[in-house]
Ligand binder design. Sequence first.
Ligand SMILES: [Zn+2]
Length: 411
Amino acid sequence: MFDKDTITQLGGWTGYRVSELDYRPGEGSMGRGKLIIRLEPASKAMRCSRCGHISHTLHETTLRRIRDLPILDWDVELIVPRRRLWCEHCNGPHLEELDWLGAHRRVTRRLEQAIGRLARMMPIKQVAAFYDIGWHTVKAIDKYMLNQQLPDIDWHNIHYLGMDEFALHKGQRYATIIVEPVRRQVLWVGEGNSRKTVRRFFESLDPEHRARIRAVVMDMNAAFDLEVRAHCPNAEVVYDLFHVAAKYGREVIDRVRIDEANRLRHDRQARRVVKSARWLLLRNRENLSHPAQQARLDELLSANETLMAAYVLKEDLKQLWRFTDEHQARLHWAGWYRRAMESGIEPLMRFARRLVPYVEGIIAHCRHPLHTSVLEGINNKIKVIKRMAYGFRDMEYFFLKIRAAFPGNLR
Ligand SMILES: [Zn+2]
């Protein structure tokens, strides 16, 4: 047990000291004891929370119960005489300014910070149990802290945007996320994935900010490109590799695999090999960590000409994003398109034809080497936040958490 002076020093409640200690073993949370600390002002001087001037005129005092961080193994509850002063400068009554307790807050600033940090790592329920504070209070504190800590967006230095959507509820509802892809800052999150959603974002920007945007990287399936063209007069649309490669996997590789399995229905063993190779075929070769997996893939491809062609053309298509020289990129595209059309593989030819309107946006990658891999990382983080932040009942809170998780890594 500690005496009043020790606790006063330990507590660091600037301008206040302990007047009374009440130890209650076993009454705290998580097996801790509870320590009720009655504070008293150490001085008659008070700082006006409105203007910062010092006053000695007390207007009124109200006792408040305030939670603080636990001290060693004791939960701490403060009883604080919250003072209102009469300020000569403002000519009115105002709350005393304290550096350790915000106006009208029920927990100290350092407990707010501790709750905010913990709430980034675990669900509200656990944080609430850990500090023995109500669920709604913890959530309100976390939301308040997130709002406080969110960095300003430096629109003068934002020239690139990345856009993507993510599923909100079992893929029936979507949200759109807009990032600065170079410094990994989430700029905006909004419900919906339509042109109208993106329009809300652009309409929230000043025309001069929109004029500064040079390129926007996105999935070629999105309808966002039309909004970019309508609102950003100097921006080019760039289609990113990841989405195109994923689409190729679904529409070409997988289709060819199923067609081949059907064609081989009289050869049961060959059919089974092709049918079971989905995972192997959709993976990037460089991600096949085991030599046996690479060997199996090589064996499969050399035994099946059509699969081999579809696979090789996928790798070649991906090369298109490696060029920095536009002319070279166009030559590569022309060669790729010709080989795709000469392959005789129907899903591949269909895919190649559908890609034609997007070629300019792929070639734009030579001038603006952007990609949405940062969005992949963000999407994984969103899944974690979704599980932890109790989903979508408070969309504003959920989006706030996403923005706070990616504040940007360049100053
Ligand atoms: Zn004042």
